[in-house]
Design a binder for this molecule. Structure first.
Ligand SMILES: Cc1ncc(COP(=O)(O)O)c(C=O)c1O
Length: 355
């Protein structure tokens, strides 16, 4: 039996009338970008994250690259992150010309291990990108303390953690800038590509708004070198509808995760844990199995690494996680500094059951 990891139709059926009304409103006015829907989405998402500003962009990758640029990170700078993230985190660092440096992960939460930050700090370190991976928050306070001590910028990659909390506050607003992918399969996803940055810093918000729109504040006046990374009105309209349902959908994910854990914990090597200082929103429900079992499953044609949702042509009911980023062919030929070790061992045995 094939059970898709993401069932977009089921979600759409529940919100169809709201989505259609929102699309209708945009199409009636035909203002297709930088209009009232984007403005309203930015206000609502900033409030949701407990931040002063939100800036909609075209993807999570753009959010990260623009955030790094806003923090003046560029060639010669090193940025500490983790290698078990999706490649976009590392890509964004490389896109601004900086060098990614990998720190090992905490074996319980699979997120940045702040105890090991000292080992990868150099005189060129300028920033860190903690990733709230799978929907579990990073232990942010020690990361922020380390950043303050060494004068580093902190950009949160919250692409898998919309609505997750750390010590009672939603993630995204702890560092200088928080970045979210709004890719269609995320906890909060558009019907296409989208992303958003949140910040409490007005200068960062102005810079992000300018750079996402060809470096201009006033139409056809271009002050800095920018890009085309605007979040369009149709996507903003659907995101506003979905944001109203996000907490309810996250609660449903938590209930599904509870049931998975109840039934799997005796059978597998590890089920997800939730630290007392955080809440998990299960963008992915990831278990670990014995490496021999994962190799066996990989060899079964309908169970190997597969696209995973109704938008992809083949639906699988689980998927293997990414190899550590430094093992990707793209990076193997580059000389990045690497300190990950646990990441590789854990990637070989991890399986994702819910997305
Ligand atoms: C942790 C993480 N960072 C960044 C991204 C990139 O987001 P996008 O696909 O919207 O560019 C993703 C998307 O999958 C992600 O999971």
């Amino acid at each position: 039996m094939q059970i898709p990891l993401v069932d977009l139709h089921a979600q759409y059926r529940a919100i169809k009338h709201e989505v259609q009304a929102a699309f209708e409103e945009v199409l009636e006015h035909m203002q297709l970008f930088l209009g009232p829907q984007l403005q309203a989405f930015e206000d609502e998402f900033a409030t949701y994250c407990g931040c002063r500003y939100a800036v909609g962009v075209a993807s999570g990758t753009d959010a990260l690259a623009l955030a790094l640029r806003a923090c003046n990170i560029g060639p010669g700078d090193e940025v500490i992150t983790v290698s078990n993230t999706f490649i976009a985190t590392v890509e964004a660092i490389a896109l601004v010309g900086a060098t990614p440096v990998f720190v090992d992960i905490d074996p319980l939460t699979y997120t940045m291990d702040w105890r090991r930050l000292d080992a990868v700090l150099t005189s060129r370190t300028r920033a860190m990108i903690p990733v709230h991976l799978y929907g579990h928050p990073v232990d942010m306070q020690p990361v922020l303390d380390f950043a303050r001590l060494h004068g580093l910028r902190v950009i949160e990659d919250a692409s898998q953690a919309h609505g997750a909390t750390y010590r009672g506050r939603r993630v995204g607003g702890f560092g200088d800038i928080g970045c979210f992918s709004l890719y269609y399969s995320k906890n909060l996803g558009a019907y296409g590509e989208a992303g958003v940055c949140v910040t409490n810093d007005q200068a960062h918000a102005e810079n992000l708004r300018m750079v996402r729109d060809h470096g201009s504040r006033i139409r056809y006046q271009h002050e800095v070198l920018g890009v085309n990374a605007r979040l369009d009105e149709l996507q903003a309209a659907v995101l506003r509808v979905k944001l109203r349902h996000l907490d309810h959908w996250n609660a449903a994910r938590q209930e599904h995760a509870r049931l998975y854990t109840e039934h799997l914990q005796e059978l597998v090597t590890a089920v997800p844990i939730v630290q007392p200082w955080g809440t998990h929103v299960y963008c992915y429900y990831v278990i670990q199995v014995q490496v021999t079992l994962s190799r066996h499953l990989d060899s079964v044609p309908q169970m190997g690494r597969s696209p995973c949702c109704s938008s992809c042509s083949s639906g699988g009911h689980h998927k293997w996680l990414n190899a550590p980023v430094e093992r990707e062919p793209l990076w193997i030929c580059n000389s990045f500094l690497i300190s990950g070790s646990l990441d590789a061992r854990y990637c070989a045995s991890s399986v994702c059951l819910q997305e």
